[in-house]
Write a protein that binds this ligand. Sequence first.
Ligand code: ADP
Length: 645
Amino acid sequence: MKDFPDAAALHRVLRGTFGIDVFRAGQKEVIQALFAGRSALAVFPTGSGKSLCYQLPALFFEGVTLVVSPLIALMKDQVEKLRALGVGVARIDSTLADDEVEEVFAQIAGGGIRLLYLSPERLAGGAFRKRLKGIRIPLMAIDEAHCISEWGHNFRPDYLKIAGLSRRMGVERILALTATATVPVVRDIRRNFRIAKADCFQTGVLRPNLRITVTACAEHEKDGLLVEKLREIEGPVIVYATTRNATEAVATFLQKNGFSAKSYHAGLTPELRGQTQDSFMQNTTRIVVATIAFGMGIDKPDIRGVIHYHLPKCLEGYSQETGRAGRDGLPACCELLACMDDTRTLENFIHGSSPSAQTLKNLLDRILRMAAPGRMFAVSPYELSISHDMREETVRTVLAYLELGGNIRRGGSYHDYFRVRLLRPLESILAGRAPREKSLVRKLIAAGESAYGSLHFRLHEIQEKTGIARDKAAETIKELAAAGDIRMEQRGLREIYLMEKSWKEPPAGVIAGMSVRFDSRAAYEHERIRSVIAYAETRKCRAVHLSKYFGRHGTAPCGVCDLCRGEKPVKLTAGEAVDIPDGEWAAMSTLRAENHAALGTPLQMARFLCGIPSPAAAKAKLQRRAEFGVWQHHRFSNVLQMLEA
Ligand code: ADP
């Protein structure tokens, strides 16, 4: 097949398959670069048609185009849409059972798949790559490519490995896609994927139908202003707030004032979140008050307003969130209620989520001792995050740094824990099986721990207890499930690594090196907050200011933002910093007397009182207590200092 189709053929597919007549800004240039065999980067705002840039070429290329995307919901949605258009497409992510994965590989082998959507974790797994050996991969599209950069607002350690993997897999060209990339992020993406400067295509940051306003206010003025703005907007609105508690408080306030509003955050059950999202999509709920957990993958075209109730933590997030308004191209309002005091919570989160040198050292020591050089070992990032009270993301980052440093190498992954329910009596399950199999199943079932009507299997314990190898046990359980004899659930994901060598540098050097990386990231987060303030206080067109932030110069004024409309620039002033009154710490005596391990160090206690979630406190269900976040309006460093005194 020709790699460079003529214009007529291209338009036939564009119209015939996608129902599209003309390209939107940037699409043609990106597609041309790909057809010419070059890698490219597309930085287009949300909703401007990034996916077409790889979907169209994929239909012309020989082989299977891989699409790496971190959002399972978004992947499902895209796969369904493409399938409806008659395109051969499949996805492989963590929600698929083994036999479904096999089915996908069978389809690939049969030549029926043009696009394969994958999660980055799947791509990183060695087993998966082996299966793709011998398959031509003309193109790998990487969605949310800003996740590759530590200077992005959403760094994902798994992304760091994609570039290396793509080269090992013989991928012919790359298309990196993102809605938001600052200059350092673009540099990282280009360097990693070896994309020429001329092949980076960037369109405007904001769509011209968004009317942006920034209103300076004090904390106590926000609710009144919010009601006022909501009365001015007709139609669905998202209100973004920084903390989970705030989303609930604001939603309740709005309900009391007669608005149809619900809150949405990652702490709610998946069912509740699903219900809220559905009722918003179907226009039965008009307003969703949410943390930034809401929005990724929500493709509602007629959102008429996005209101930031708090200052956002960065302009990357802000422009992505505002970009969810008015995807249908009709006018929409974006309002930022800017209060300088909000920066305290944002800064606290930075202090609170950076690992201390001591925790880093403990974690590295632990990982380092897991195996001798040349031996395999398995880790559960989740369990490490609890035992070391670090965010799981941080544990994964540490593992990724170790991998990039050549200390460990990622193999596959497996589930260590199975919960099994027998659907038939054991004797009837055993009937008809070969004697050897019979004794294996009997031995395995007998080794399960019985509780609450289910059998529980921890594979590493089973191996110790019965000598049945982990793989064999897992395989047997899965086979029983496939035969309809049992129902099973797997949990406890463990990742397998090879200890490549012992430390190249003495551990002190590695720890210090890693500390520097985490510290400079924290410093950059602070700088980002300053950029948000500078944006709020800008004197020129907001769209122009944002474009410049993202490295685009020469943008024309939007004509519709508050400043273009002739409103006065905004000046933010901080309220008086309040000291923690004497005696407040004494009032915490009940909590202190309980001696919770999860609040054992001053750092852990300071996080808790400032309302910063931590894995250990969450596990101990402490975050539901009234004391959680009582000092969220105080500076984290002051709280810590007081506790250390
Ligand atoms: P993004 O990934 O940039 O957020 P999508 O790729 O999901 O955006 O595209 C958003 C919508 O725009 C989709 O419904 C898509 O079909 C449509 N679209 C893309 N390109 C065009 C075009 N050239 N003309 C008309 N509609 C388009």
